[in-house]
Design a protein around this ligand. Structure first.
Ligand code: PEP
Ligand code: MN
Length: 337
């Protein structure tokens, strides 16, 4: 971190600012020029508060040389992380394909879809039990019963399960029942939830917030990792842009960007990313081509009657086609499924 001081700053002001920074365990190296003085800060500056420094009247501006996220940063952890989800791995040579309905609706529905996606080659079963709906009148999920039905589908198929948590009060039950805890886009900056997920030892699927920058997303991963839970998988699920044709805009450029900045695995959700069932296939292919570690896809046996997101849910036969496509593209980019 570099602090540029205003022209004509007096030594006494430099000393006051330096003392404040040194008291935080940081080394300050001053570079005194004829016009400007610059302070180079060496050490763990992640806890230094920029706004506090900017409040000193002698400060012209602050420049960061390192990213504010440390545990998620590739600079300090050059090898890519592999996160285990039950018997599956995310981030290794094998792509992780997660699939299942937006919401768990009944025992028949979830076990039927689970078997179909397993037969097609999925590694993880998804299913929402607690649904974050825009309208309070829309189907809110089967909640605890939904988690039990997911467990039954896991029992029947052997697939590990991922489901979304909405409240920190449910952490114990999620730790007991699911293999991967999903933090949805709407909760990406629920810092209390993130902190509490940092204290457990269960992998977390962190979806990108609706309007989150890549840095904000990685800072949310940092919240979880700072507590000691380093098993975080990122998920690009589309962001808000001026485009209204699609539900969201899938930011495929975020995949190589995250790969450069972080060692954490990153997957793509082409279902929420596009909001259109017929766009899921091309975007799933693109996700693999651009280097994602996997995809998460909404699959429903009867999309027309789905209680949530039928418009973006594909049927099991289309899912099988996507798996066949993904296998070819994976081979072309040096991965397998
Ligand atoms: C979901 O995966 O069902 C979901 C609600 O996703 P998102 O948080 O990305 O909108
Ligand atoms: Mn959905």
């Amino acid at each position: 971190m570099i602090i540029v001081l205003k022209k004509g700053t007096e030594q006494r002001e430099i000393d006051t600012l330096t003392d404040m920074i040194v008291s935080q365990g940081i080394t300050v190296n001053p570079i005194v020029g004829s016009d400007l003085t610059i302070l180079g800060l060496i050490g763990d500056t992640s806890k230094v508060d920029d706004t506090q420094i900017e409040s000193y009247r002698c400060v012209e501006r602050i420049m960061h040389v390192a990213e504010p996220f440390k545990k998620a940063n590739r600079m300090f952890h050059p090898t890519p992380s592999v996160v285990k989800v039950g018997n599956a791995e995310v981030g290794g040579p094998k792509l992780a394909v997660m699939a299942g309905p937006c919401s768990v609706e009944s025992r028949e529905q979830i076990t039927e879809v689970a078997q179909a996606v397993k037969d097609a080659g999925a590694a993880v079963l998804r299913g929402g039990a607690f649904k974050p709906r825009t309208s309070p009148y829309a189907f809110q999920g089967l909640k605890y019963e939904g988690l039990d039905l997911l467990c039954a589908a896991k029992e029947a198929t052997g697939l590990p399960i991922v489901s979304e948590i909405m409240s920190p009060f449910d952490i114990d039950v999620f730790v007991e029942k699911v293999d991967l805890i999903q933090v949805g886009a709407r909760n990406m900056q629920n810092f209390d939830l993130l902190r509490q997920l940092g204290r457990i030892r269960k992998p977390v699927l962190l979806k990108r917030g609706l309007s989150a920058t890549i840095e904000e997303w990685l800072m949310s991963a940092e919240y979880i990792m700072a507590g000691g839970n380093t098993d975080v998988i990122l998920c690009e699920r589309g962001i808000r842009t001026f485009e209204t044709y699609t539900r969201n805009t899938v930011d495929l450029g975020a995949i190589p960007a995250v790969k450069k900045l972080s060692h954490l695995p990153v997957i793509v959700d082409p279902s929420h990313g596009t909001g259109k069932w017929w766009m899921v296939e091309p975007l799933a292919r693109a996700a693999v081509a651009v280097g994602a570690d996997g995809v998460v896809i909404e699959v429903h046996n009867d999309p027309v009657h789905a209680l949530c997101d039928g418009q973006q849910s594909i049927k099991p036969d289309v899912f099988a086609d996507i798996m066949a496509d993904i296998r070819k593209i994976a081979a072309a980019v040096g991965r397998e499924v």
